[in-house]
Write a protein that binds this ligand. Structure first.
Ligand SMILES: C[S@@+](CC[C@H](N)C(=O)[O-])C[C@H]1O[C@@H](n2cnc3c(N)ncnc32)[C@H](O)[C@@H]1O
Length: 236
């Protein structure tokens, strides 16, 4: 199976309608943990088994992984986990917008694909529109967890999240990186990195009460930080 797909290719630009919680879970009123780029779903399936009072949704762009993972999800006895195929950058925003207030309570982006070259930055998972859609769906205090073993991957994610002004780290968390994983189940990639005893960079954020910045402003400031050589012209 291909390790990386190009999320910008035409096929992955087609928006998909993702089912609402009542069409996914036995108890749709439960809080949701959304894991974006969940691969074979081992982490989100494990979390669902441990936390029957939460619902769990994994989304993944590699369809063969989704087929196997969602087969396991549908067999889970709690009816509280599903894995869906989509390009998170195209199809999640509408789903997030349609959620009842405070239904989404945790989002994780774990070990996203390492598109760290500048010319590949548009392929990165955490882009300003997705970050703002997540921020809009989370009520104050709700969580966004990021982790990676590649510094040039996590650093832009952290920079973007902090630039938005919508998130804060728990006061007692070590900086720049948390010492441990707040989630009790490691992902596939995490297990591999832990076995190699290589470092993992983790940050937990909580939504604060600040309003969302305008998308074009965030994009422009993000562009300045992420690619100072190609500034967006500002105004006439
Ligand atoms: C390096 S893997 C890590 C998988 C898993 N989170 C883990 O830690 O083991 C990143 C995953 O994100 C998926 N992915 C990349 N871009 C995506 C996108 N735009 N929408 C949904 N999934 C995406 C990839 O296919 C891949 O399975």
């Amino acid at each position: 199976m291909r390790q990386h797909v190009n999320p910008l290719s035409r096929f992955f630009q087609l928006p998909l309608h993702l089912p609402a919680p009542q069409d996914l879970f036995d108890r749709p009123e439960q809080p949701i943990h959304l894991d974006i780029g969940c691969a074979r779903g081992r982490c989100i399936l494990g979390l669902a088994a441990l936390n029957p009072t939460w619902n769990h949704l994994g989304v993944e762009i590699r369809r063969p992984l989704v087929t196997s993972a969602d087969r396991d999800a549908l067999q889970s006895e709690n009816g509280n986990v599903r894995i869906l195929f989509c390009n998170a950058n195209i199809s999640l925003e509408g789903w997030l917008q349609a959620l009842p207030v405070d239904r989404l309570q945790r989002v994780s982006v774990q070990f996203p694909d390492p598109w760290f070259k500048r010319r590949h930055r548009k392929r990165r998972m955490l882009q300003p529109p997705l970050l703002l859609a997540i921020a809009a769906a989370l009520e104050p205090g709700r969580e966004l967890f990021l982790q990676s073993d590649v510094l040039p991957v996590i650093e832009p994610m952290v920079a973007l999240t902090e630039l938005s002004g919508c998130f804060e780290r728990p006061e007692l968390d070590a900086k720049p990186w948390r010492e441990d994983n707040p989630l009790p189940v490691p992902t596939e990639r995490e297990k591999y990195v832990l076995d190699k005893q290589a470092p993992i960079y983790r940050v937990l954020y909580r939504r604060n009460g600040e309003p969302l910045p305008p998308l074009d402003q965030l994009e422009a400031r993000w562009q300045e930080i992420d690619n100072p050589a190609e500034r967006i012209p500002t105004g006439a």
